[in-house]
Write a protein that binds this ligand. Structure first.
Ligand code: CP
Ligand code: NVA
Length: 309
């Protein structure tokens, strides 16, 4: 049994194994319809309990499809439907009950501590489906998408992030260490990633450059990532933050600084950080990116259940 909480705590060889498995499984599914089960039904009889303390469209649906395609099932809960969410039961007791009924637990939460607390009391694997500090299932899937489209290992590509220093970027920084790729970050002054994350990355031989100028960050990029300026439950002066990011909007003009065959990726949902033309343009691969969540999460589930070959 393995947890999937933060990319920085998972060995690089395991992350690569997950991607390799996802590639093989995606290919084998070409002729299967959405709910047909993969050969061998490796998670037959297993149930994944998913709990959301925050909104979600993609994570919820893609995990549903992922476990179904492996032969298992899922139960999706909103935290306020549980005694835990109403303040009437402890994490310890809830975790023990989840472990009694379920085989795996996926949690989207506003608290990184809550994931750790659950981990300590669960006897089933826990998957981080987005927390304030990271979004590991998203980013591992994005690495898969980049390599699928570019047909080369990500370590041979220039990756660029334009936007807020949020959970998705933190996971991308962790991925840049695990997969050894060069990462340029473009963000306004005072919105740089936390020192503790950069210190960890630098200690682990990361190649990260931070620019206060979007076109400099994008120069020569193979892949441009972005995300909402205001994340879920981001407790800030929203108008001020949006204004501070005005020069960091992804436009066709900004994309022209990247390589001609560069691609644009965005985990979704989107805000005003990207123009309609770029988002719906030829370089944008956001729908393929969203679909790949299903394929990669299947291999993440197999990893957690100790069934990755
Ligand atoms: N990208 C992503 O995690 O989307 P949801 O918030 O819709 O799950
Ligand atoms: N950074 C965003 C990602 C949404 C999938 C958020 O946390 O809201």
């Amino acid at each position: 049994m393995k947890h999937f909480i933060n990319l920085k705590d998972i060995p690089a060889k395991d992350l690569r194994k997950i991607i390799t498995d996802a590639k093989r499984r995606k290919k084998l599914r070409k002729k299967l319809s959405t709910l047909e089960v993969d050969k061998g039904a490796p998670l037959k009889g297993k149930i994944l309990i998913q709990m959301f303390e925050k909104a979600s469209s993609r994570t919820r649906i893609s995990f549903y499809l992922a476990i179904k395609q492996l032969g298992g099932g899922t139960l999706t809960l909103r935290s306020n439907e549980l005694h835990l969410g109403q303040g009437g039961e402890s994490i310890e007791d809830t975790a023990k009950i989840l472990s009694t009924y379920g085989d795996g637990f996926m949690l989207r939460t506003d608290s990184d501590n809550k994931i750790e607390d659950f981990k300590n009391y669960l006897s089933i694997p826990i998957i981080n489906g987005l927390s304030p500090s990271s979004h590991p299932t998203q980013v591992l899937s994005d690495i898969f998408t980049v390599e699928e489209i570019k047909k080369k290992p990500i370590k041979n590509l220039n990756i660029c992030w334009i936007g807020d220093s949020n959970n998705v970027l933190n996971s991308l920084i962790a991925a840049s260490v695990k997969f050894s790729f060069k990462l340029n970050i473009g963000c306004p002054k005072n919105y740089e990633p936390k020192k503790s994350i950069l210190d960890w990355a630098n200690k682990n031989s990361a190649i990260i450059n931070i620019y206060g100028n979007a076109s400099k960050a994008v120069k020569n990029a193979d892949v441009i990532f972005s995300d909402k300026v205001i994340s879920l439950n981001d407790n800030v002066n929203k108008q001020k933050k949006i204004k501070d990011f005005m020069k960091f909007k992804i436009s066709n003009e900004l994309m022209s600084y990247a390589k001609k065959n560069s691609i644009f990726l965005h985990c979704l949902p989107r805000g005003n950080e990207v123009s309609q033309k770029v988002f719906l343009g030829k370089q944008s691969k956001v729908w393929q990116q969203a679909l790949n969540r299903v394929h990669v999460q299947k291999s993440i589930l197999l990893y957690c259940f100790g069934k990755l070959r």
